[in-house]
Design a protein. Structure first.
Ligand SMILES: Cc1ncc(C[n+]2csc(CCOP(=O)(O)OP(=O)(O)O)c2C)c(N)n1
Ligand SMILES: Cc1ncc(C[n+]2csc(CCOP(=O)(O)OP(=O)(O)O)c2C)c(N)n1
Ligand SMILES: [Mg+2]
Ligand SMILES: [Mg+2]
Lengths: 325, 405, 325, 405
């Protein structure tokens, strides 16, 4: 075990991958010698060579096109998109190509070797274009897997699982936590299963569900609730696609209440899918409507970021509303 | 170029613009209309077997195209695309490759696949989306693919295969790089050829794919099929440069333009390009000039956008005839045998069609397989519910109901 | 009044627009002399000139980039994307640019003049790439409006409203109905308000909600239900963004039951948002869980299209399940 | 080119590739390091007022950049980007335009906005995201925009403004087209200039924007700022062609490369390009060569990716000094007055900063306004709920709580 921040944990997962397969390549804007604008790939070009860790020209559609081709060839393709806000030029390559590669070819070809890493989320005074949480844009796409870690330990184990998984995966990294979140992380290799939510804290009155950096927020809200005598069960969804309906349903059957919180705008965010599925799965057990505490339906603002975000106070207000329903 | 801006160092004090058509790009032609090697031209190094294979493939594809175009009119297949007029461009380029070189095509390159040995039965199974289709009946007709033959399954979104070719070729090169020096340490075994139309070359993916191939020195042959049209859009509403070839220099990619109706020119250029690419680890751009003699697809009617006169002007340019004349001159082909074989192929095609159209559609499970390597729980549940539903209403789903396990 | 199919109705709306403003331009792949692959723009180049109705090079990101610029200049920009399946290369221009143009500039600039038309949906043996219904991909994007007509009359009135609306709008045209749906359409100009759902048929037991070509399907299902003694209220959502929560909630409060049907894959489709919102708005009135009858979570198939689609039988099965809950 | 494939007709029988660097692209330079007009060069037609404005703007921007870079280090603004080394490229090109020509910039072109008359106060309001910011405090520092000054608000996603420039310019041209003939019937009043970095030129949007401008003959000046780096990525890992200029011919666009440190060369080239564009209705590509003397932004530290030696080599190339020497030679500038003015400007900047940082942030309603022309019902409801929430917890939202209506 070592104390690592999330960047170190990610770097360690990449390092293990590069050492284990000499075809594995890491590429993206500025990931080479510089080690990426957040330094997640620091030291890897020196260690594995310029032919395996390299800067690409500035074209996200090219990065993903290249990645699809390299993955189809059979090499682990570890592509970085510098900010999740800049993943949209690659949307076609991801949604029409990566996601459908295996299906359309009848399994003659696949890009299971593809892993896309990208920092997402707000809280860094980034305004419209350095703050977005675009997971829901991809969640409507059969063929993709989507994973979001909440701390360094999870980040390393989940990223390794994403890389080993034989499907294209997008790994969303909560950039607000890159350096802020520090914890014990094994130096050796390990994986955390994709598709399983984790009950982080058991409780009896309300189920709180989130992922990534938003976990911190619902934990804070749960503490406030605790003080007010409300016991919250806290769940980290971890994997958006596939997502763990059973764990959530089991919890909601117990508590009778569900509050989902995500940073992205509320309308058609992934909270919508969860609410739609759980109201059906747990209809007779729900004691109050499923609530969503999310970003407003506006682009991500700068000066009024504090007002915009689904903070712990807002989540706590929803908890009260839910138990008082 | 060893300056930070990565430009040629060449100072000038006169305000002068580079002309919009500063490059003078010739079209390589080797074979004359009567099968003769043109004066000043050199026939490429092509052996008899290769030449005959090349010819037979073109002949086969022409017959297949004719038959399937008709089958579509009869309502037997829903859709078809011919490669009329571009047979030489496609077949001769494929013939200049190694069998394990990767082919990433657009959709009009069935001749390359045939050259590799895709069987008539395999073509038919795909066209009829039956359960023997390698693609499991999921994509529209002509979206062929074969892992065994190194022919990437066609994807309708245009241009997407271009940067993919760069990535794939980079993978092919990887093992030839010396980890210590970062330099090539041996000739690259296999490269990737990437076909696309002059229309698709307008997509952003084209720009990304070529630029990245140049920067990362990926062994790709970018084969631009300039056939004058993208559905109804003529080439002069597609670009203002001198064809697609004029773009090569912008990426720092060696480039050649060939007469796409001239199998020998295409073969020669592709062969030479392949050599440069695998020896140096670099991409090459080849622009083939031919005219799309047929409609865009069976859904299209060119009389809505181009004149009968224009079509007539090019009708005579049959790349297959032209190459045949050369073969005859070489004494490699017997005209009577050739005609007899044609009849035989026509019969084979019709017979294969009749078999394939009766083969049943894929089973229900193929609706949900291959979305992932293993079905995820949500999809598995949807599948179970669907099976239940179909079992309750077998009459409504006749194609699959009888076979549900 | 004239009998028109949907293509004629759309053509008529475009014609009126071109006549009313001599800066309006129509552009896209093959929309010029040829009139588009579905012939929606037939005859317009001849009428208004090659400088106002023109083919573009084959680049969807370019079409939308150009359209954003032209709209920002102040000219009505009527862009066509040949198939909705090919809108993804333009995703960045739409989601990061069109949608955020006004907000990010503090209203110094806007692209309210932009209207994107695109044929969507299945039922034409189009397989993966000529069948998609991508509305939900855009529904998570504040700043956009999304509209889907169900018949020629609606198509003309809604398209005119989209064009006049001072926001970027995507108008999804159900291509299966282009020629199949024929009806009375006024030759003169009229608009149908965006953002309002329409109760197409009143009923008392279950609310059925859909849009576009799927309206036909739920109408067939409602007939079957009628025969089985179940009275369905049928609603056409018409506008995905903004969407008419009030009309749906009012109906569900009356019937106690809601079934949503769309062609797109179920997970995170727009049905998810509707279910999430309505379970909250109508919690105490729901007599059975809100159900969704949608496309499976797979790419759109070819040979097994019939099995894949949310047909009337499947909707009817859900109706039975809902009333028997 | 009147053949369907839209290519030059030029047959060749020799198998020869066009070299990857077939174009020899010179860099236009007019002004020497000591302010002299170089031998063989001609000074452009620039009047004293324009020249002085040009100079004052460069001087102002340098001082503003210095001050704000420091302010960021002091934690007073969150982020900043300098245009160090590129002042002449940006200011001189802007100076060659008409005031109503549209400017679509990337982010490092604050000098163009200053030349148009954006006030110091306006700059500061944006940088401090206060309630007087025209952008209503929504975007990061340096994302300026002004409708009045025809300067499109900066958008972070790179390259997106390039096809937008084409569309905007097409709009500017529309009224000059004769509906009957489809031809230009008068000189175009205003065009669009589009700035972008050599890095952004790798985006697919670049390809789309230039190709469409050529095809649709849109009057755009594409101004490529090749400053050698895209954050840490050097130009030779960005492209292998000869700069960005080598791409012009691929689009059939007239092209020129200029020394971006030479205000007179940039002015001359832009002036000439503007004339061609508005007279003929056509785009022009200008590549400016300069070295990014500073860091990419305040979030960046170039010592991680380039050597001190390299930086030192270019440190001396100050485009402002170079132009100043020419002005002195012209007798249009007094050195002492100039120094005095600098001190004054420094004071003004600090004073403006102190004012702007105290202006309050935008009111809560600006969180939801401008998403649409009118708030849609869902958003209006969210806003009402948010107001209620803040009223209940005013201590948690100090910036807006006191001002909620
Ligand atoms: C991204 C995308 N946009 C649009 C289409 C529709 N489409 C199919 S083929 C075609 C024209 C292609 O022309 P070209 O690349 O010249 O190839 P050719 O048909 O001439 O061989 C178009 C517009 C598509 N398949 N993909
Ligand atoms: C689409 C997109 N991808 C990535 C980024 C992140 N990014 C911001 S600036 C930059 C480098 C731009 O370099 P260049 O175009 O050369 O301009 P310069 O900074 O040198 O002026 C990058 C990668 C972005 N803003 N947008
Ligand atoms: Mg073509
Ligand atoms: Mg740069």
């Amino acid at each position: 075990m070592a104390k690592m921040n999330m960047l170190h944990a990610i770097n360690s997962a990449l390092d293990i991958t590069m050492a284990e397969n000499n075809q594995a390549c890491i590429f993206g804007e500025d990931v080479g010698h510089f080690g990426g604008v957040f330094r997640a790939t620091s030291g890897l070009q020196e260690k594995y060579g310029k032919h395996r860790v390299f800067n690409t020209p500035l074209t996200e559609q090219g990065i993903l096109g290249f990645a699809n081709g390299l993955a189809a060839f059979g090499a682990p393709a570890l592509a970085e998109i510098q900010f999740a806000d800049y993943i949209f030029p690659a949307f076609d390559q991801i949604v029409n190509e990566s996601a459908k590669f295996r299906y359309r070819s009848g399994n003659e070809f696949d890009v299971g070797n593809l892993t896309i890493r990208t920092p997402y989320g707000g809280g860094i005074a980034g305004g419209l274009y350095h703050s977005q949480s675009p997971e829901a844009y991809f969640a409507h796409t059969p063929g993709l897997k989507l994973v979001v870690p909440r701390n360094p330990h999870q980040a390393k184990g989940l990223l390794r699982a994403c890389i080993k998984d034989d499907n294209p995966v997008i790994f969303f990294e909560p950039k607000r936590l890159y350096r802020a979140s520090i914890g014990d992380v094994p130096e050796e290799d390990y994986t955390i299963e994709i598709g399983k939510a984790e009950v982080v804290k058991e409780g009896s009155d309300v189920t709180l569900l989130a992922w990534g950096a938003q976990m911190e927020i619902i934990e804070q809200a749960a503490e406030k609730a605790q003080e007010a005598g409300v016991s919250c069960e806290i769940i980290d969804l971890r994997s958006i696609l596939p997502w763990d309906v059973d764990t959530i349903a089991k919890s909601v059957i117990k508590t009778g209440r569900l509050i989902i919180s995500h940073e992205a705008p509320i309308t058609n965010g992934f909270g919508a899918e969860i609410a739609a599925t759980i109201q059906e799965a747990c209809f007779l057990h729900l004691e109050s409507p499923i609530m969503r505490v999310c970003g407003l339906d506006t682009p991500y603002p700068l000066a009024l970021e504090k007002e915009y975000v689904p903070d712990a106070l807002k989540v706590f207000a929803a908890i009260k509303k839910s138990v008082e329903f | 170029m060893t300056n930070p801006n990565n430009i040629s160092l060449n100072i000038s004090h006169a305000l002068k613009f580079i002309d919009s058509h500063a490059l003078d790009i010739p079209t390589l032609t080797i074979l004359g209309d009567n099968g003769e090697i043109l004066e000043g031209a050199t026939a490429p190094d092509i052996d008899k077997d290769t030449a005959i294979n090349l010819y037979s493939t073109m002949r086969f594809i022409r017959l297949l195209d004719e038959r399937m175009q008709a089958a579509q009119r009869q309502g037997r297949v829903s859709f078809y695309m011919q490669c009329l007029g571009e047979e030489a461009a496609i077949t001769a380029s494929a013939a200049a490759l190694k069998p394990e070189d990767m082919i990433m095509a657009q959709y009009r390159e069935q001749a390359a696949l045939a050259y590799r040995g895709f069987t008539l039965e395999q073509f038919m199974n795909q066209l009829f989306s039956n359960e023997k289709d390698l693609g499991k009946g999921r994509q529209m007709p002509v979206h062929y693919g074969s892992n065994e033959l190194y022919y990437l399954t066609i994807s309708s979104p245009l241009g997407t295969q271009i940067p993919q070719a760069t990535g794939y070729a980079y993978g092919q090169k990887l093992k030839h790089i010396d980890p210590a020096t970062g330099e090539l340490n041996s000739e690259i075994d296999n490269l990737t050829i990437c076909y696309f139309g002059e229309g698709a070359a307008s997509e952003g993916d084209f720009h990304a794919g070529l630029n990245m191939a140049a920067v990362h020195e990926a062994p790709v042959l970018f084969f631009a099929r300039n056939n004058g049209y993208a559905i109804s859009t003529p080439a002069d509403e597609q670009f203002k440069g001198d064809g697609i070839a004029s773009r090569g220099v912008g990426y720092g990619i060696k480039t050649i333009r060939v007469d796409g109706g001239d199998a020998l020119a295409v073969f020669a250029a592709t062969q030479a390009a392949r050599k440069m690419a695998v020896e140096n680890g670099e991409p090459v751009l080849i622009e083939s000039i031919a005219y799309r003699l047929g409609a865009h697809s069976t859904s299209d009617d060119p009389s809505g956008y181009r004149s009968k006169e224009e079509e007539a002007e090019f009708k005579g340019n049959c790349p297959i005839e032209r190459f045949k004349k050369w073969l005859l001159k070489q004494g490699w082909l017997n005209e009577q045998e050739d005609e007899a074989e044609k009849d035989k192929i026509r019969e084979d095609i019709l017979a294969a069609l009749k078999i394939a159209e009766k083969v049943q559609k894929p089973a229900l499970e193929e609706l949900v397989s291959d979305v992932y390597d293993q079905p995820i729980p949500a999809l598995a549940k949807q599948y179970e519910e669907l099976k239940e539903h179909i079992k309750q209403h077998p009459e409504a789903y006749p194609v699959t109901a009888g076979r549900i396990k």
